[in-house]
Design a protein around this ligand. Structure first.
Ligand code: ADP
Ligand code: MG
Length: 116
């Protein structure tokens, strides 16, 4: 059976009195590409943020690589590009990659290998 990369079970999230997520169940297996579709305010970004551990679930669980989130150590294995403010527009695409690669401590040799 394929390994579940993301496993959301009975996930709930409230902001104050507002229930944004209620009983969300989603499994994403290795190699799958998934899109979340819904109107603005439906809770798509909140699903992503709870999955990444940027927000803490109010109920249920969000697991990545079979580890309950939030988990700071696991963040090193997760790639995430935010909807806005993700890249420096004054830099070229390559310069952005170099900058973030350096920030992440990826050696120049490894960066060149991955880009070729
Ligand atoms: N940090 C927050 N504090 C309070 N309310 C929030 C917060 N983040 C999101 N919300 C609310 O949760 C709902 C879902 O937001 P969001 O997940 O950003 O939706 P989507 O990404 O589908 O547009 C919205 O009503 C939004 O106002
Ligand atoms: Mg959003």
């Amino acid at each position: 059976m394929a390994q579940a990369i993301i496993d959301l079970a009975h996930l709930a999230k409230k902001f104050g009195n507002q229930t944004v997520l209620k009983d969300i169940n989603l499994t994403v297996n290795q190699g799958e590409i998934v899109g979340l579709i819904g109107p603005s305010g439906a809770g798509k970004s909140t699903v992503i943020k709870v999955t990444l551990g940027m927000e803490v679930a109010s109920g249920g669980s969000a697991k990545v690589f079979e580890t309950k989130m939030p988990n700071r150590l696991l963040l090193g294995r997760i790639g995430y590009m935010a909807q806005t403010d993700a890249l420096y527009t004054d830099l070229t695409g390559k310069e952005n990659l170099t900058f973030f690669g350096e920030m992440k401590g990826i050696s120049k040799k490894a960066r060149i290998l991955e880009s070729s």
